[in-house]
Ligand binder design. Structure first.
Ligand SMILES: Cc1cc2nc3c(=O)[nH]c(=O)nc-3n(C[C@H](O)[C@H](O)[C@H](O)COP(=O)(O)OP(=O)(O)OC[C@H]3O[C@@H](n4cnc5c(N)ncnc54)[C@H](O)[C@@H]3O)c2cc1C
Ligand code: SF4
Length: 495
């Protein structure tokens, strides 16, 4: 234990983010660091409760509870308190290959289930995680560690998101020769094309890719398996194949006016900007710009929030984010959402904080259903027609949305982004390999086992579980590597 009364002696504190009005002028990360003294104090708040739910990583209603990669949180909190940074880094790398990603983008289910959170404010776990790994890189402690011997077995990983990267890192550590195929021009999956640069600087992703290459992993971008390279070639050349292709089929809204000019899928909007920024600092103009436009984002989740932040940086005229869900309560509902479930409470994410700083209010409109898009005589989007809805459940527990008469509204808009989620993985690869799918169209493979219906083919990450979180992708990638190693060698030492 750091200090027995730390959780009573010190308040939870977080480093102040960059000023919202300043940070919307650029595309740089918005989080700042604490000093080592401040981190030591925050580490001292961990009371080593004996049953640390923070590292359990189980799924409860409403999301994960505890850390899905089972980070040894109380141990590194204590090491930080004692100033043992190098040891803390080793502890962190035992369970998480990429803490520099999760320390930046994880929603921190660990904090939702922190025992201090039962009677006060949770320990600032995510901030400490990022500080440990960032210091590790700054000090030059994170260096390539290639395996001492090779097994002679060859594994192909399809998709280079966090699941593919974690699978590759672990299999390489076990001595297998790993090739990662990626259809995009850059390695990283949604870490690069998806999550905006202000949440995760792409140099941070490339730094890890470079390290893995130095350890012996081969990355092959611009190569789509099933198209550029036939699946038969992969099946004959490799001893095992791990599919980590993500869950990228966007869900559509099928309403009148969808074809109007100015209505776009969120991923086309986000990725156009990211690619143009990385290629040319946005000078090539190859992106959908929100500059000077009245923008509406349909979808209240993370992807929608990233669209809001991107539109603000483009210099939009106004921004509104629609969600079909109602406004969350200010405090956790102790009956329906008790600890250690992930707390469903009203918060402002970075983009909403920025919009409020600029326009004086939260850009979100809750319980709103879009009924139709209306355009002008040239087919350009002009306005959206909506109605307020109320969510109830029927006798079987199924959610039903009831429209409230008299709440119809017209919103002027010339740019709309649709961010209503993802339907599952794309079909090409699945069909070409003849893989069984589950009822949600994901590749069928059991959690913890990862074997698909086809011999020597495994699946992990969003492609197996559906659109989820970076930390779950890392968890599945690590575990899938363990099962592939067992399949290849008959036994495994991987965790
Ligand atoms: C906009 C957005 C923001 C998000 N923000 C967060 C966040 O803040 N925090 C968080 O924890 N999670 C976030 N997520 C979710 C998170 O990014 C994903 O859960 C995670 O990246 C899944 O990892 P993965 O490796 O399974 O798949 P992905 O990251 O989707 O990677 C799959 C890769 O496979 C490639 N691929 C597919 N088919 C083929 C093929 N046939 N051949 C070659 N390559 C192929 C794709 O091009 C892609 O690069 C966000 C998601 C989105 C869309
Ligand atoms: S990976 Fe996420 S859940 Fe795990 S310790 Fe880090 S912030 Fe918490």
């Amino acid at each position: 234990m750091s200090t027995p009364t730390g959780f009573m002696d010190y308040k939870r504190e977080l480093p102040a983010d960059r000023n919202p009005l300043e940070r919307i002028k650029d595309w740089e990360e918005f989080h700042k660091h604490f000093s080592e003294d401040q981190l030591r104090t925050q580490g001292a708040r961990c009371m080593d409760c004996g049953t640390p739910y923070c590292h359990t990583g189980i799924e409860l209603p409403g999301g994960a509870s505890g850390c899905p990669v089972n980070n040894l949180i109380p141990e590194w909190n204590n090491l930080i308190y004692r100033g043992l940074w190098r040891e803390a880094l080793d502890r962190l790398h035992k369970t998480n290959n990429f803490p520099e990603f999760t320390g930046r983008v994880c929603p921190a289910p660990c904090e939702g289930s922190c025992t201090v959170g039962l009677i006060g404010d949770a320990v600032t776990i995510k901030t400490i995680e990022q500080a440990i790994i960032d210091k590790g890189f700054d000090e030059g402690w994170v260096v390539p560690q290639p395996p001492l011997t090779r097994t002679g077995k060859k594994v192909a990983v399809v998709g280079s998101g966090p699941a593919g990267m974690a699978t590759a890192a672990q299999l390489n550590k076990a001595g297998h020769t790993v090739t990662v195929y990626e259809r995009a021009d850059r390695i990283g999956g949604l870490l690069v094309y998806g999550i905006p640069t202000m949440k995760l600087d792409k140099k941070i992703v490339q730094r890890r890719v470079d390290l893995m290459e130095a350890e012996g992993v081969q990355f092959v971008p611009n190569t789509e398996i099933g198209t550029t390279v036939p699946v038969e070639q992969l099946m004959s050349e490799f001893d095992a194949i791990v599919l980590c292709g993500g869950s990228t089929k966007a869900r559509e809204v099928e309403i009148e006016g969808r074809d109007l000019k100015g209505v776009h899928l969120a991923m086309d909007y986000l990725n156009g900007t990211i690619k143009s920024y990385l290629d040319s600092n946005l000078t090539d103009g190859n992106y959908i710009s929100a500059e000077g436009k009245d923008v509406i984002v349909i979808g209240g989740g993370d992807t929608g929030t990233d669209c809001v932040a991107t539109a603000l940086r483009h210099g939009c005229k106004s921004i509104t984010q629609f969600g079909t869900h109602s406004k969350a309560p200010l405090e956790r509902d102790q009956i329906n959402n008790p600890w250690p479930q992930f707390p469903n409470v009203y918060t402002l994410d970075y983009a909403q904080e920025e919009a409020r700083a600029l326009y004086g209010q939260d850009p979100r409109a809750f319980s709103v259903l879009t009924k139709k898009f209306v355009g002008d005589e040239n087919g350009n989007l002009k306005e959206l027609h909506t109605i307020q809805i109320e969510r109830t459940v029927d006798e079987t527990g199924r959610k039903i949305y009831k429209e409230i008469p008299g709440t119809e509204k017209i919103w002027p808009a010339d740019l709309v982004m649709i961010a209503v989620g993802f339907e599952g993985p794309e079909n090409t690869l699945i069909e070409k390999l003849g893989l069984a799918q589950d009822r949600r169209s994901n590749v069928k493979a059991k959690y913890g086992d990862y074997r698909t219906s086809v011999d020597k083919v495994f699946a992990a990450g969003d492609m197996r579980r559906g659109q989820s979180l970076v930390v779950w992708a890392i968890n599945e990638g690590r575990e899938a590597a363990r099962e592939v190693d067992r399949y290849l060698m008959g036994t495994t030492m991987l965790p």
